[in-house]
Design a protein around this ligand. Structure first.
Ligand code: 1GP
Length: 247
């Protein structure tokens, strides 16, 4: 069974999937294994790994370290085509469809496709939609694209439908790491009613109440990163993953 189907099986069994985002950037170097330990003990279902700034050599060695120390599926959430490794189970093949920057619509894809092919890595096509989470996010700065305002429901829906019709396996509603406002429950609700493909929601989801309300609104996968970097207790993280798992 490939990684996408494994994730979907978890979704069917648990109602929704709890994803821990680990940023292998140098700033987290000493803390990375500690954060991984927390994730391993807190009932997360999978790990996304990636960041804005990390280079290819560092990425490879840190990814190897992570995969050696967890039983969870490890899926690359790449900031660029430099972030690839055969140690991962899969890579999100992201198209930043909320933007109009060709580098993130096809450029990085062409650069990374032969590498992914040679690594025999599973690529999971994902329509990545950046929403305005109330901060100027790293994605906005690094991709040179603008987020969609959260109150433009019809425009967000049009992008999500386009993502589905383009053949993506997931739509990812991203408010940016450290967002002040995560994706609005109303937005998730509107989109989940119209889409057939599963919805990943991430950015600024720091409390179990937020996670629960987003899952109630139709989010299929909840991603959290910053919370794990803030040295939470296992009890607190278990409360969070428990709020995601509604079955
Ligand atoms: C960012 O969606 C992720 O790409 C996670 O965001 O760090 O705010 O949890 P946080």
């Amino acid at each position: 069974m490939n990684t996408f189907l494994k994730l979907e099986k978890i979704r069917a069994e648990r109602g929704a999937v709890a994803i821990a985002l680990l940023d292998p950037d140098i700033k987290n170097d000493n803390a990375l294994l500690g954060m991984l330990q927390l994730v391993n003990e807190s009932d997360f279902d999978a790990i996304f790994i990636g960041g804005s700034l990390i280079s290819d050599n560092e990425f490879e060695s840190r990814l190897e370290e992570v995969t050696k120390n967890t039983e969870l599926p490890v899926i690359i959430f790449p900031g660029s085509s430099n972030q690839l490794s055969q140690h991962a189970d899969a890579v999100l093949f992201l198209s930043l469809i909320s933007g109009r920057n060709p580098q993130y619509l096809i450029g990085e894809h062409v650069k990374s496709a032969p590498i992914i092919h040679n690594m025999n890595l599973e690529a999971i096509p994902t329509a990545y939609i950046l929403l305005d989470g109330g901060i100027r996010s790293s994605v906005e700065v690094m991709s040179n694209t603008s987020p969609i305002p959260m109150n433009k429901h019809d425009i967000i829906l049009a992008h999500a439908l386009a993502g589905e019709y383009l053949g993506n396996s997931f739509v990812f509603l991203e408010s940016g790491s450290g967002a002040e406002n995560h994706a609005a429950a109303e937005v998730v609700s509107i989109i989940s009613k119209q889409l057939k493909i599963p919805i990943i929601v991430g950015g600024g989801i720091n409390t179990s109440a937020s996670a629960q309300s987003l899952v109630n609104s139709g989010a299929d996968y909840i991603v959290t990163g910053t919370k794990i970097e803030q040295n939470p207790s296992i009890k607190e993280l278990l409360k969070f993953t428990n709020a995601v798992h509604q079955l």
